[in-house]
Write a new protein. Structure first.
Ligand SMILES: Nc1ncnc2c1ncn2[C@@H]1O[C@H](COP(=O)(O)OP(=O)(O)OP(=O)(O)O)[C@@H](O)[C@H]1O
Ligand SMILES: [Mg+2]
Lengths: 258, 354
């Protein structure tokens, strides 16, 4: 299931603005990689290049290579829609489909793609909701609208929706930034369980969270506003938080930054 | 320092004198009485005059009293509130009187007999007869126009919002804007010259619905566009990130989220063209007989029926009553459409709550 991601020489633009420059890194399968760095340094931009969502923004353009397994996502003849089925995404703000019930939200990826058997659907929905630690809370209201859940439940619903299509990689852009400590903890536990099956990349502003959930941590930074963001270093989380090899990383982590 | 001056300005603290709840009503009654009194004394006949005097007295009176008792800020607030009320009444009076007049005169002959008979064997000066042929014609013409305009309009809006970039989109937007301003008679003349004069097709309900569709399309494009723009981008991205192709995202996520508003827009467009007379007069021609086939031979329609019955009646008699009854039917038809639209909008609106 899970696949290695290998990025080399990646630039991403918004129109003529170079947002991130020359990023190279490897993300191991069945691991959690955290992205940290100051606001505006291009973490979200980079994350979105990993499932070709960057080009959805008008003017979005990417140069370089992203290998998923042995295939270049930006190679000729690659279908971005197929890429997004392999690399799922959870957004910063919970965004369940407001016209759909809890059940239909989880089943959305399969239903909208038309590739499902009705009998399997019930199983997949239950499995995904259990996987997202939400089953017990919503099993009696599967047919109620998804937007009627609390913020934390909605975010877990979005995670369930993302894992229901069985991707290889799960990208999470600040999934807990709108949540209370208890929901955050639930999602962090969930990430720990999900990494048995998926390769996970998570953006977070919360250092403790990065330290708690991730195996590897990447620190991004930018020289000045208007300059492109760059990858400063990526290393084992323990090392990044105890003994980083770059001074800027240590400054940022210990709060002596900017 | 600054604190001292500030609190110096507000000796009353948090509590201030407040006029009782019934105060605006009392002023309104007083102003009306004064308005009536003044016009009686001055010998003014028109009810518009005393109503205007009363309105001015109401605004000025509530300001004066409130300024004295409550202070300037509350007085300004009361002035704004009174002006809103006066404007509301001014807007409602013509509407209410129109509905009242139509109902009062229309109910005289409006019954099932009237709804199920045509004017085929009834002379315009005789009593009896009905609007079946006109109602049928209107339903068919409006139905055909809707069938043509809704797909074109909705798809154009989807193109503009979801795909439109660059010059083509700008050109489409420009032409939609121009079309919005086309007077209905011009749309009628356009279809007349193209369909009837150049292509040599005869007068028919369909020719009329072509012109009606031209009038409908820009209204539908505009309202649908606005509704689609209201759909948050996050929903599109959520769907795309699940590996759903763009066209399916639009079909299954974007449009369903906006469907309530889109339906309302379509219904309003239908309501707008149902009362169109000019293009129908030019293209459908009119008949007193029932013609259920909109594709050949003249048909009737409600607005044209009203116009013909009224203009042949000379302001009284059975034709005159029939014109009012037909007008009432038209209003009821549009009102039902609006209610249906609201129902659909509420039923289809994105659900919240448990
Ligand atoms: N849609 C867009 N159009 C143009 N520029 C954009 C767009 N989105 C982001 N940018 C720019 O790209 C740069 C990187 O933004 P990005 O959102 O990736 O930052 P981030 O690291 O995720 O920040 P945060 O931690 O605040 O989420 C910023 O300079 C930002 O202004
Ligand atoms: Mg971000």
């Amino acid at each position: 299931m899970a696949k290695r991601i290998d990025v080399s020489g990646l630039n991403a633009y918004y129109g003529s603005f170079l947002a991130i420059e020359d990023i190279s890194m490897t993300v191991e399968p069945r691991s959690v990689t955290a992205f940290i760095g100051p606001s505006g340094c291009g973490k979200s931009t980079f994350l979105r290049t990993l499932n070709r969502m960057h080009e959805v923004t008008s003017g979005g353009r990417v140069e370089g290579k992203v290998m998923l397994g042995d295939e270049n996502l930006y190679g000729a003849g690659i279908d971005p829609v197929a890429v997004r089925r392999e690399v799922g995404m959870v957004f910063q703000r919970p965004n369940p489909f407001p016209t759909m019930s809890v059940y239909d939200n989880v089943a959305a990826g399969l239903k909208l793609n038309g590739s499902y058997k009705k009998a399997q659907l019930d199983d997949i929905v239950e499995k995904s909701l259990r996987g997202a630690n939400l089953w017990n809370e919503v099993k009696d209201r599967l047919n109620k609208p998804g937007s009627g859940l609390s913020g934390g439940q909605q975010q877990r619903l979005c995670i369930a929706r993302a894992i229901a299509v069985e991707p290889n990689v799960l990208l999470m852009d600040e999934p807990c930034s709108a949540l209370d400590p208890i929901s955050t903890l639930a999602i962090e536990d969930l990430i720990g369980e999900l990494k048995e099956r998926f390769t996970i990349v998570i953006v977070t502003h919360n250092m403790q969270q990065a330290a708690r959930v991730s195996d590897r941590t990447a620190f991004f930074n930018l020289a000045a506003v208007g300059q492109p963001g760059k990858l400063i270093e990526i290393d084992d989380t323990e090392r990044i938080f105890s003994n980083p090899s770059v001074q800027a990383t240590e400054d940022y982590i210990s709060g002596r930054f900017g | 320092m600054s604190h001292a001056t500030l609190s110096g300005k507000r000796p009353g603290g948090l509590r201030g004198a407040t006029l009782p709840k019934w105060f605006p009503w009392a002023v309104a009654v007083g102003a009306t009485a004064a308005g009536l009194g003044i016009s009686a004394a001055a010998g003014l006949q028109s009810s518009i005059q005393w109503a205007l005097i009363a309105a001015v007295l109401f605004i000025v009176g509530s300001y004066a009293v409130s300024a004295r008792v409550e202070g300037r800020r509350q007085a300004k607030d009361r002035t704004a509130t009174s002006m809103v009320w006066v404007a509301f009444l001014l807007a409602v009076i013509p509407l209410a009187s129109l509905v009242w007049e139509t109902v009062q005169r229309g109910v005289k002959v409006l019954d099932t007999y009237f709804l199920t008979r045509s004017m085929g064997v009834v002379a315009d000066s005789e009593p009896g007869g009905g609007i079946y042929h006109a109602l049928l014609g209107t339903l068919e013409q409006v139905g055909l126009a809707t069938l043509m305009a809704v797909p074109v309009g909705v798809l154009t809006a989807i193109y503009l919002v979801e795909y439109g970039r660059g010059n083509l989109a700008r050109a489409v937007t420009f032409f939609v804007d121009v079309m919005t301003g086309i007077p209905s008679i011009v749309a009628g003349l356009f279809v007349l010259s193209l369909w009837i004069v150049i292509l040599k097709m005869g007068y028919s309900g369909f020719a009329g619905s072509l012109a009606l569709a031209i009038l409908m399309i820009p209204v539908i494009v505009r309202s649908t566009e606005e509704m689609l723009k209201l759909v948050p981008n996050e929903l599109r991205e959520a769907s795309l990130a699940l590996g759903v192709p763009k066209w399916r995202t639009i079909l299954k996520v974007v449009v369903p989220t906006a469907i309530g508003g889109i339906t309302t827009g379509v219904m309003l467009a239908i309501a707008r063209i149902t009362g169109e007379t000019a293009p129908v007069l030019l293209l459908v021609w009119g008949t007193n007989f029932i013609n259920a086939n909109p594709f050949s031979d003249p048909q009737a329609s409600l607005p044209m029926y009203i116009y013909l019955q009224y203009s042949n009646s000379g302001g009284e008699g059975p034709g005159y009553d029939r014109a009012w009854a037909a007008a009432l039917t038209l209003i009821l038809f549009i009102m039902i459409l609006n209610l249906v639209a609201r129902g659909i909008a509420r039923w289809k609106a994105p659900k919240s709550g448990r």
